[in-house]
Design a protein around this ligand. Structure first.
Ligand code: NIG
Ligand code: FE
Length: 404
């Protein structure tokens, strides 16, 4: 006899483990939860006896790991619908940024906003994500750029998990844009990040990782390396917005610093992919930004697949390049726009997303000992989640074994 707080039966599992089956599936299964963790899973007819466990009927649906959105900018003020209109008129994202708009537009609004307002707006976007089965979310700073607002953004991001059942991982993205007060003095801003902001964020334990925007309209390779060096010295893992609008060499830099993930990657060169693989760097694909910016070039998915590179999929939810709070839609976009298979897109929001956040020892797959972050879907097959738009919402969600 085994101990369990509750068990779910009459259910099929998309474990997302590598068990030789697509989606790591186990049909006619049973899964048991004890002390917030999965304690047993397998075929129903091979299950041990669970005395005193509550029984949940899975209605012959599919249970998946809780989804993980591993790249978002959820905390910000205002919107940029006016820039969206300008882009529809043919003005590019880069041109808007070069004229002081873009990220700096949102920086102005975010600096002015109170923490209460930032929290209210972020919470409403987060609720949309969670309704679709997201149980872990990464949230970046990067719309404050000054010390006070960056700290506030990270505090607000962390505080969201007191309001709603979700795990929040935070990332410091000070090197997102050159703030207007440092115009023409980007190197001084990088020094400010390394000498003044990073040590405080480390001391206050406000971030789990450090990110940069390596691009003509962001920061150059030398500047990004300076941030990575300081971040690594303080014990942070790094990641980056790299090779999105042009090739800069940022992905190779991330590999050199043993980073968690390289994100966007439309312009990565084929020969650079093996560097990511060798250093266990996850490729985070952000099809919503590709879609909104009408980008000319797709990430080289076939080469990534051939290299067996872990590919994650995220919303990139932000007011400029991806005003979208739907991870299911990002999965669909990853298939339609980039050519991922439905299984790859689901691995992208589960197992590989967990790896991008260094949570792969506790989240992202259904496995004994792992956190009981679970989503039950009324579907006949897990490939339906990538196939249809707005046709499926979870029947039930559990975070750490607790029903939400
Ligand atoms: O992931 N590339 C830089 N950062 C965001 C966009 C931020 C913005 O436009 O506000 C991105 O695309
Ligand atoms: Fe982003």
């Amino acid at each position: 006899m085994q101990q369990a707080d509750w068990i779910i039966e009459n259910v099929n599992l998309a474990t997302m483990q590598n068990n030789g089956e697509p989606f790591g599936k186990i049909e006619n299964a049973l899964l048991a939860v004890h002390n917030k963790r999965i304690t047993w899973l397998g075929k129903r007819d091979q299950a041990p006896v669970f005395n005193n466990a509550n029984r949940v009927d899975g209605h012959n649906g599919w249970l998946t790991p809780g989804f993980i959105d591993c790249h978002t900018h959820l905390v910000y003020a205002g919107h940029r619908a006016d820039e969206f209109e300008q882009r529809l008129q043919g003005i590019s994202y880069a041109e808007i940024a070069q004229h002081g708009g873009g990220i700096n537009n949102t920086v102005t609004a975010t600096r002015k906003a109170s923490s209460d307002i930032l929290k209210r707006d972020a919470l409403s976007r987060l609720r949309q994500l969670c309704k679709e089965g997201v149980t872990t979310v990464e949230i970046k700073s990067g719309y404050g750029l000054d010390l006070d607002t960056e700290l506030r953004m990270l505090e607000v991001a962390k505080s969201l998990q007191d309001q709603i059942q979700v795990k929040v991982q935070t990332t410091y993205l000070g090197a997102h844009a050159i703030p207007l007060e440092y115009k023409e003095h980007a190197d001084d801003y990088i020094d400010f990040i390394c000498e003044q902001v990073l040590p405080q964020i480390a001391r206050k334990k406000l971030a789990d990782a450090v990110d940069v925007f390596c691009e003509d309209i962001g920061f150059n390779l030398q500047q990004c390396e300076k941030v990575y060096q300081s971040a690594s010295d303080l014990g942070f893992r790094v990641k980056g917005h790299v090779e999105q609008l042009s090739h800069q060499g940022g992905a190779t830099l991330i590999a050199k610093y043993n980073g968690l993930s390289a994100d966007h990657l439309e312009f990565i060169r084929i020969e650079e992919i093996k560097m990511l693989k060798q250093n266990n760097v996850v490729a985070v694909l952000l099809p919503a930004a590709f879609y909104y910016l009408n980008e000319p070039q797709k990430p080289p998915i076939k080469a990534m697949r051939n290299a067996k590179l872990a590919m994650a999929v995220a919303t990139d939810c932000n007011p400029g390049s991806a005003p979208m709070a739907s991870l299911l839609l990002a999965m669909n976009q990853a298939c339609v726009l980039f050519g991922l298979t439905p299984e790859e897109s689901m691995l992208g929001v589960t197992r590989h997303a967990a790896q991008a956040l260094a949570l792969n020892q506790c989240k992202g797959i259904l496995k004994s000992g792992y956190d009981a972050d679970l989503v039950l879907w009324d579907i006949a097959h897990p490939n339906q989640l990538s196939y249809s738009i707005n046709m499926h919402s979870p029947r039930d969600i559990w975070v750490g074994g607790q029903h939400v």
